[in-house]
Design a protein around this ligand. Structure first.
Ligand SMILES: [Zn+2]
Length: 308
């Protein structure tokens, strides 16, 4: 079974400004890394635009419409201190969410065992009625609810190894026992949520890591806290918020991971997907702001997906 790669050129047209770390160059770095010969077997697909119905399962419809209406015809429109809209942002956000929807559809249809969505803007900070932290719509949650509601899956899990806590995903999942969210993240760090005691209805697992923690602490947290809870939840689909900003070279945080850690955690999540979910796994890009580290880390992630 092949690995699918969903992306779209429109995701390069969301431009938060010249000095903003969440730049189009990030996606170019990921796509360049996945252009190496070893990735020739990836089945590349164009991300469709998400329908409003798909987004409206996690965001109120009037919020979705207001966000799209706020996209400027020229120049920039600020959403919060670090979240900015440019003329291409609406189409990019719809394609980023649509990639998660299409990847879920394809993997559940058995067209591939897993998929990676190389898209931006990222999504995991977007709360039900608030865009924040470089994120407009919560792509991974939109995909998870597509799997739950349209495909009728009973249990869908999201594991988030971005260096920041996915406050938006947690907010959307924390009262729903059919959904599971687990996160490793640096603490203290933006957005300030994700304490170990935040457990939802028993379906949330947070593994905060102190600044300067590295591979050993990360792997211990995944093995001791996340994998047993994930197996106990018995997901029918595993989704991944794949942020690569816990890499030691990343300028926005102080964790000390290396490329190999992303290959390792991907293998562990695939093992769980095989035990519980027929191998079904859908991953979507979140953060990662050192371009060479981002490219190499995304490559390690996708290499593991292709070896599944
Ligand atoms: Zn991040």
């Amino acid at each position: 079974m092949s690995t699918l790669l969903f992306t779209h050129p429109s995701c390069l047209e969301h431009d938060p400004g010249e000095f903003h770390p969440e730049s189009p160059a990030r996606l170019r770095a990921v796509l360049a890394a996945l252009g190496a010969p070893e990735f020739a077997r990836l089945e590349r697909r164009e991300a469709p635009s998400a329908d409003i119905e798909d987004i409206a399962r996690v965001h109120p419809r009037d919020f979705v419409e207001a966000t799209l209406a706020a996209v400027p015809a020229e120049g920039y429109a600020g959403v919060d201190a670090d979240t900015v809209l440019s003329p291409g942002s609406g189409e990019a956000a719809l394609r980023a969410a649509g990639a998660a929807v299409a990847a879920v559809d394809a993997v559940i249809a058995g067209e591939a065992s897993n998929a990676f969505c190389a898209v931006r803007p990222p999504g995991h900070h977007a709360e039900p009625d608030r865009s924040m932290g470089f994120c407009l719509f919560n792509n991974v949650a939109i995909g998870a609810l597509r799997a739950r509601v349209v495909h009728g899956l009973s249990r869908v899990a999201v594991v988030d190894f971005d260096v920041h806590h996915g406050n938006g995903t947690q907010a959307m999942f924390e009262r729903d026992r059919s959904l599971f969210y687990a996160s490793t993240h640096q603490s203290p760090l933006y957005p300030g949520t994700g304490a170990r005691g935040e457990r939802g209805v028993g379906n949330i697992v947070n593994v905060p890591l102190p600044p300067m923690a590295g591979s050993a602490e990360f792997r211990r947290g995944v093995e001791a806290s996340i994998l047993p809870a994930l197996d106990a939840f018995a997901p029918e689909l595993v989704m991944v918020s794949a942020g690569f900003d816990a890499h030691r070279r990343d300028p926005l945080a102080q964790l000390m991971l290396v490329e190999d850690d992303y290959g390792w955690v991907t293998e562990r999540l695939l093992d769980c997907a095989k035990r519980q979910a027929g191998g079904r796994l859908v991953s979507t890009l979140e953060g990662g702001y050192d371009l060479p580290a981002l490219g190499a880390s995304a490559a390690a992630h996708v290499r593991a997906l292709m070896a599944a």
